[in-house]
Design a protein around this ligand. Structure first.
Ligand code: SF4
Ligand code: SF4
Length: 711
């Protein structure tokens, strides 16, 4: 008895010491990151996410087979915690049972049920890993680049935990030390006990002792291994989900602190250029990655053979963080408290030739990786532990642009155009009203304050006002609003780029300049309600301007049109015999969860049959224009817009519909390209849902003059 207590306590003591040291190291490594303000801004939403994403495994269950396997493993670990208490109790007293509940058949059943469920889950994980082994499918495997060796060790250790558990419990059945007596509710332990019954009482006693000690050894080895491997997520994913942005991890970008040159010093760091510049949340993100590859599986850049994989990016940053950890911790210790409060000059002094002095781009992350991102958000949406890849990518872009003035040269033209002319094409404000010609009614232009009788400010957007194809959508929306009796006005030459492309490229300074100008314009005009046709404008004004003092009620045109249809203010009558497939714009769908309204508009159109692409709604595939990619050459791999258009053409639809001017341009270009190659029927057209809807309305009544609404 004394020997087994001594062995049990020695194993536990060593395990606890190693685990404790590692946990303290990780805590210091994360907590000495830069400040990440606002991480508990919405506590009910944080707790709800914790409940749904961690305890109910919501995101993981989207893939039913691995999701269920993970669900039972997660809950198995929680339930089997009781068996650890029982094992320690048995060390000291062979008749130990957990007080109150420890002899009840419910606990005995639950323990055995989850032990068996974990074994089945392990078999499922093994099968998935064998079937999706990287060598089999290379880039197509979501495990491509993951540490599969460590995953196999982990699976083996979990098997060891459950196997030793069932063996010592089976022996306990025969020695009479089983807390659940002769009940058959702990069915698996009873079955093992039946198999061991022929060994005799003494042999079962030895088996019980040896396997209890074996179990404690496996458990502590597992904890030590987990804290030194990617399976660290078992312990850190819970806080990572808790501290993620809410209501969901994909959301408005944080603003860079003080961009006023007068307040900057030579220590000021804008964006993330070195590993020390990461916030504590970004460091927590890195060590939370499970290497599951769900993000990689959905990434349009990776799917079209670009070098960017969000998983590999996170893994490379994590490996670099670990390599630089001794320097980071030493510097934080020397500094006293690690991070400053302003977030802009918080990085502690580091050795010039140390690991931490490496530039993230290009020393750790290749430039092409950084600039391949379309900011579509598919990675964040998929990630089961709510890692915020887009924020980290954009922070690295900010550093490159603001601190180093390094970015793809062709994007420089776009930045200069916005800065000098107010739009990415550099066409100037004078052409912003050209789309109104030939409408047949007058669109009021706000000069002072918006008139009381005008309900909406129609934010046309640069593409909507200046691109020939997008203008057709703008005109269709204006005609539809006019026919529905909605009063609206536009800013005309006073409208300027929201700054979205500049922000996504990393030029936060230009974004904030544009944002401040537009907010002042909207406030001066006393605008309350805005309808925007471009999802990028919609997202920026509704979700990113509030952080800079601009609070407006913003609708996307599909939301307003759907409402007008539901209210009977628009009555589609003419049949439009078409099969339509709808492409979800990333900044309308995934970023803002507007999935149903555009489809609702299409469903109102008589004769239209809607067919979905394989990847749609939450798993929709980017058109390739986001993240300022619209203004960069796509030199590597297959063009994303072509890949998406091929999916759309594969549905057999004769109309590819969308609700974003950028998507419209990208898909239209690719469709025309395929048509020129003879790979797509000439009849296929790319249209905004507003244009599809307009086809179904009877011929308009005589045009009226006035406020954008019929008299
Ligand atoms: S935002 Fe989109 S393109 Fe960028 S890494 Fe994530 S999935 Fe890939
Ligand atoms: S970042 Fe998230 S989705 Fe991607 S591999 Fe890591 S845990 Fe999985």
């Amino acid at each position: 008895m004394a020997i087994r207590i001594a062995i049990g306590l020695a194993v536990s003591g060593i395990g606890l010491a190693v685990v404790g040291w590692r946990a303290w190291f990780l805590f210091r490594l994360v907590s000495t990151g830069r400040p990440a303000p606002g991480r508990m801004r919405d506590v009910p939403a944080q707790l709800k996410a914790e409940l749904l994403d961690v305890f109910a495994q919501r995101k993981l269950l989207r893939r039913s087979v691995p999701g269920l396997a993970h669900f039972f493993t997660f809950w198995g670990f929680i339930i089997l915690f009781f068996t650890i208490i029982e094992a320690y109790g048995d060390l000291f007293s062979k008749t130990f049972a957990i007080p109150l509940i420890g002899r009840g058949r419910a606990l005995g059943f639950l323990e055995d049920f989850f032990a068996v469920a974990i074994l089945l889950a392990l078999a499922t994980f093994s099968l998935i890993r064998v079937r999706q082994a990287p060598s089999r499918r290379e880039r197509q495997s979501r495990f491509y680049g993951s540490h599969t060796g460590a995953a196999w060790v982990t699976l083996a250790m979990i098997f060891g935990v459950v196997a030793t558990l069932l063996i010592y419990r089976g022996a306990q059945v025969n020695t009479g030390h089983f807390p659940y007596g002769k009940s058959w509710w702990p069915f698996a332990s009873r079955a093992v006990g039946a198999a061991f019954s022929g060994f005799g009482h003494a042999a079962n006693g030895h088996i019980e002792t040896v396997f209890i000690l074996a179990q404690l050894t496996v458990i502590w080895s597992f904890f030590v291994f987990v804290l030194h491997s990617k399976h660290l997520h078992i312990f850190v994913s819970e806080p990572n989900v808790l501290f993620s942005r809410r209501p969901k991890a994909l959301g408005p970008l944080g603003t860079t602190p003080d961009l006023d040159p007068d307040n900057m010093t030579e220590d000021t760091v804008l964006g993330t250029g070195h590993i020390a510049d990461l916030t504590w949340k970004q460091r927590l993100d890195l060590i939370s990655c499970t290497e599951c590859g769900r993000c990689q599986d959905q990434c349009p850049a990776w799917a079209t053979d670009k070098p960017l994989s969000p998983k590999l990016l996170i893994m490379e940053l994590r490996d670099h963080l670990m390599a630089a950890a001794p320097e980071l911790l030493a510097a934080a210790k020397a500094k006293g408290s690690g991070a400053g409060e302003d977030g802009a000059a918080a990085a502690p002094a580091l050795e010039e030739d140390g690991v931490a002095a490496k530039r993230l781009v290009p020393d750790v992350i290749e430039e092409d990786v950084l600039w391949s991102c379309t900011t579509c958000g598919a990675c964040v949406e998929q990630c089961p532990v709510d890692i915020e890849h887009v924020d980290t990518i954009l922070d690295m872009r900010r550093y490159e642009v603001l601190m180093e003035a390094r970015f793809p040269t062709e994007a420089g033209t776009m930045l200069r155009n916005i800065e000098n002319r107010g739009d990415p094409w550099g066409l100037g404000q004078s052409q912003r009203l050209d789309w109104t010609e030939g409408l047949g009614f007058e669109v009021p232009v706000v000069t002072g304050t918006i008139p009381d009788e005008v309900e909406y400010l129609f934010w046309v957007g640069c593409a909507g006002a200046l691109d020939e194809r997008a203008r057709k959508t703008t005109q269709a929306i204006a005609r539809l609003l006019h026919r529905a009796g909605v009063s609206f006005a536009v800013l005309g030459p006073k409208e300027s780029c929201t700054g979205d492309p500049a922000r996504r490229l990393g030029n936060e300074y230009l974004f904030q300049t544009q944002a401040q100008t537009n907010i002042e314009t909207l406030k001066a005009a006393e605008v309350k309600k805005v309808v925007a046709s471009c999802p990028h404008c919609f997202n920026t004004i509704s979700r990113e301007y509030p952080a800079l003092g601009g609070d407006f009620e913003v609708l996307h045109h599909t939301q307003l049109l759907e409402r007008l249809l539901a209210e009977g203010k628009l009555r589609p009558e003419t049949r439009v015999e078409s099969t339509v497939t709808y492409h979800d714009p990333c900044y309308l769908g995934r970023h803002n969860e507007v999935y149903d309204e555009p489809r609702g508009v299409l469903e109102h159109v008589p004769g239209v049959s809607v067919t979905e692409m394989h990847r749609h709604k939450r798993t929709g595939f980017c058109c390739g224009a986001g993240g300022a990619r619209m203004w960069m050459e796509e030199r590597i791999g297959k063009r994303i817009n072509v890949a998406r258009t091929d999916e759309a053409l594969g549905t057999g639809a004769d109309v590819i519909s969308t609700a974003c001017p950028y998507c419209l341009i990208m898909l239209d270009d690719a469709t025309k390209g395929r048509q020129a190659e003879g790979a797509a029927p000439e009849s296929v057209r790319v249209m905004d849902v507003a244009q599809v809807l307009e086809q179904s309305l009877p011929a308009p009544a005589a045009a009226s003059e006035g406020t954008g609404a019929p008299d």
